[in-house]
Design a protein around this ligand. Structure first.
Ligand code: CA
Ligand code: CA
Length: 74
């Protein structure tokens, strides 16, 4: 179980990298910004599609729980 909590701590760090204004959720703009910084900048269409997949409850931003699900699926 200690492995598990280490994973969560690591996930929190990753989440914070996306959540640049630290309000506890990843807005679309933050998502785009980080995607663009780690690889080829996605097209608007690709980015929106990816974001809507992660934002599974369609609130318009990614909560930590959604981020964890998405991360572990990869
Ligand atoms: Ca944010
Ligand atoms: Ca959401």
């Amino acid at each position: 179980m200690s492995n598990n909590s280490n994973d969560i701590a690591g996930l929190h760090r990753e989440f914070s990298r996306f959540d640049s204004d630290n309000n506890g959720r990843i807005e679309y703009e933050e998502f785009i910004e980080l995607l663009g910084s780690v690889g080829p900048r996605p097209t608007e269409e690709e980015a929106q599609l990816a974001f809507s997949v992660i934002d599974s409850d369609n609130t318009g931003y990614v909560e930590f729980e959604e981020f964890v699900h998405w991360w572990l699926d990869h």
